[in-house]
Design a protein around this ligand. Structure first.
Ligand code: IVH
Length: 700
């Protein structure tokens, strides 16, 4: 408070101040109500001039009585102070993405897989939603107040863009949003903690108007509405975001604490979000049969409605929310939802050449070099050709005119050649017999479509392994991208992955383009990376088939690299989510002398090789214990038991192994009981199980 404000304020009695507080509160509610009518329902009730007058009065009162200012006031939508950078936010649960289906067969295949996984007799329903082509945002509300908003980032951690999102007019700063001018609220329970996911987007017309204006002013334009929306949300100056026409659709209830009952239907959850005042897309539909879903999707694709914003498909979600956890996910994609893509935009161009890229596992991928062409607003000059079989089957030849497609964020691909345009000079391509980078022999293992370079110290593999290790998905080492990795390998400074931690400033300074500051930044980033969580290290090792999700499963199961290194295929197979392919790949990786050496070098460099001890310290009652359940329990379903055990820090797996700590035995136990007895795994009755929980200090 300034001196002047203090003087002004002292003239008011406590009663006056209370009246002013109430007036401020009433103005805020009325403004949020009219804001909702205007931006969400598109049905304004009052002229702009009246709205503006209310807004001005509120601004003046907040100016005069700063003690009543509040971040959830509508006046805060105009943007706050610029930031230096975005703080990081860890998502409460991973923000998964979606697998794609491009046609009816793929849609039905998804459904068939689903049917195999859901308990027989359960009636399924589906919700189909437009897939908005924007930017994911994750919004947090505590006791009804918008407290944080983040981007998706890598799915685990995003950027905190709260001040920017406050400026988005469709985003409720407080829930529920008043349903009348007098501030009356709808009669809905409000969670103590709510996290929702939605999409920030910009309408096409708003995007075009903005670009037009920029062109006139000679300013920066954006390639498409999506980039415009993303660029506007990821703005360091919220004042700039406030000037941009960013809008919002909310489509997913991520977390709701403090509600009388959890939601069992996604459709109902959406309805609830709508009641709270979130913008929920009116084109969402619910269906009781999958045939209807397919029909709707196909007719939508054929005759898309004329929308004011871009969509890149439909999202089909299983309505039965209570099955979501059981269904789980594959990689980063939940099994309970799928995106139906209408097929990305296509373009025709010349295929100038086919080159071969060597990946970190040594896979040779043919890449099309194209005459640059614009597809969905982006200039494309490279596209994937997947593998040799693909090129053969489609009869794609160098010199052909080809159809290229770019769908969403995926790498552009060459769909097919246009043989009618051939001149006869086109050339048939063959996979080289030797690695284009190191010259080693190339092999194609039986049963695989991929060719591999056989030299495990191939520089290309090394470059890609470093790139992967340092990427945001893994150890997140800023300043160590592919270009730097190439430079380090070419100059001979790095001969294996671990060498990056042994770089000396004097060596780096000798490199072209490296000065003190850059060297110091890289060394700092390397140092910082040494304390990353275990799962990041496991991801970074680049073990075939082990991505972020699997790495997290492994890290929380084994808690150290050493324990993981000793695991046998059988041990690994006991873990939910690890199949034979992954298990074999892990064991093979750790068996290789070369890899063990790298690990030891990483350890000597000080890279963290285990979960943090603090994490163990705050152990929950059942931490470290693995349970298997057999038979029917009397007090809860197996699913409920699983959730209960997991909430206490324990794990539940499906089959008994030596790693199982206890088998909980209910009515009519199955063969698991015999197996437990054979392996000497202790068994517990339901009552004994509760006894154990109590002994460990857990509440029931
Ligand atoms: S559901 C696990 N619903 O599409 C839940 N996503 O390709 C996954 N998206 O990152 C998200 N509209 O940004 C969902 N109605 C919708 C969506 C939608 C757009 C985006 C979202 C996601 C991407 C996945």
């Amino acid at each position: 408070m300034t001196e002047q404000e203090r003087v002004q304020n002292t003239s008011e009695t406590p009663e006056d101040l209370e009246a002013i507080r109430k007036r401020i509160e009433a103005l805020r509610r009325a403004i949020e109500y009219h804001n909702y009518l205007y931006y969400v329902l598109n049905q304004p009730e009052i002229p702009d001039s009246v709205y503006d007058a209310m807004f001005r009065e509120l601004l003046e009162l907040e100016e005069k009585y700063p003690q009543f200012r509040s971040p959830d006031s509508p006046t805060q939508r105009v943007g706050g102070r610029p930031q230096e950078e975005f703080p990081r936010v860890r998502h409460p649960v991973p923000m998964l993405s979606l697998a794609n289906a491009f046609n009816e067969d793929e849609l039905r295949a998804w459904y068939d897989r689903l049917l195999k996984l859901v308990p027989p007799g359960v009636k399924l329903a589906f919700v189909v939603e437009p897939k908005i082509d924007g930017l994911t945002v994750v919004l947090h509300y505590r006791d009804g107040v918008f407290v944080q908003g983040a981007t998706r980032g890598d799915g685990y951690e995003g950027e905190d863009v709260t001040p920017n999102l406050r400026t988005v007019k469709q985003l409720p700063l407080r829930i529920p949003v008043p349903r009348a001018e007098d501030g009356r609220l709808p009669d809905v329970p409000v969670p103590s903690y709510l996290v929702v996911r939605g999409e920030a987007y910009v309408r096409r017309a708003d995007f075009e108007a903005f670009n037009e204006e920029q062109r006139r002013k000679g300013g920066r334009t954006f390639a498409n509405p999506r980039n415009f929306a993303a660029g506007s949300v990821r703005q360091l100056d919220p004042f700039v975001t406030a000037q941009r026409p960013v809008r919002l659709w909310v489509y997913h209830l991520v977390l709701a604490e403090g509600l009388p009952q959890p939601f069992t239907s996604h459709w109902e959850a959406l309805h609830y979000l709508k009641e709270l005042g979130f913008p929920v897309n009116p084109l969402n539909r619910r269906f009781d049969s999958f045939d209807e879903v397919v029909q709707y999707c196909l007719s939508f694709a054929q005759n898309p409605p004329d929308l004011e914003y871009d969509i890149d498909g439909l999202v089909i979600k299983l309505d039965n929310m209570d099955l979501w956890d059981t269904l789980g996910f594959v990689g980063k994609d939940p099994r309970w939802a799928i995106a139906f893509k209408f097929g990305g935009e296509e373009a025709v161009t010349r295929l100038l050449d086919i080159i071969v890229q060597v990946g970190r596992t040594g896979v040779l991928t043919p890449v099309a070099v194209l005459e640059p062409v614009r597809v969905s607003g982006v200039v494309v000059s490279r596209a994937t050709l997947h593998n040799e079989d693909y090129i053969r089957e489609k009869d794609i030849r160098i010199g052909d005119y080809v159809v290229v497609q770019r769908a969403g964020e995926v790498i552009p691909q060459v769909l097919r050649p246009l043989p009618e345009l051939r001149t006869g000079d086109e050339k048939i391509w063959h996979m080289p017999k030797h690695c284009p980078v190191c010259g080693a022999e190339v092999i194609r293992p039986p049963g695989e479509v991929a060719y591999y370079c056989t030299n495990s110290s191939c520089p290309a593999q090394l470059v890609r392994s470093i790139q992967w290790y340092a990427s945001r998905a893994a150890m997140d080492i800023e300043g160590l991208g592919i270009k730097v990795a190439e430079q380090l390998v070419e100059e001979g400074l790095v001969k294996d992955l671990a060498d990056i931690y042994y770089l000396k400033p004097e060596d780096l300074l000798k490199l072209e383009g490296w000065k003190e500051k850059r060297v110091q930044n890289l060394l700092n980033a390397l140092e910082e990376s040494k304390t990353r969580p275990l799962w990041r290290l496991i991801t970074g090792l680049g073990i075939k088939f082990v991505g972020q999700v699997t790495a997290q499963v492994l890290a929380s199961h084994f808690r150290s690299i050493d324990a993981l290194a000793q695991a046998t295929e059988e041990d690994l197979l006991q873990i939910e989510g690890i199949g034979p392919k992954i298990a074999q790949s892990i064991v093979t990786w750790f068996r290789q002398e070369q890899n063990r050496k790298v690990l030891e070098k990483l350890r000597r460099a000080g890279v963290r090789m285990a979960e943090e001890p603090e994490e163990e310290a705050e152990a929950k009652p059942l931490s470290g214990l693995t349970f298997v359940i057999t038979g029917a329990l009397s007090s809860m379903s197996r699913e409920e038991a699983k959730t209960f055990i997991e909430s206490l820090g324990g794990r539940v797996t499906n089959s008994v192994s030596r790693k199982t700590d206890y088998l909980i035995v209910g009515e009519n136990p199955g063969s698991k009981l015999q197996r437990a007895q054979a392996l000497g795994v202790p068994t517990l009755t339901e009552e004994e199980f509760f006894q154990l929980v109590r002994e460990q200090g857990g509440k029931i």
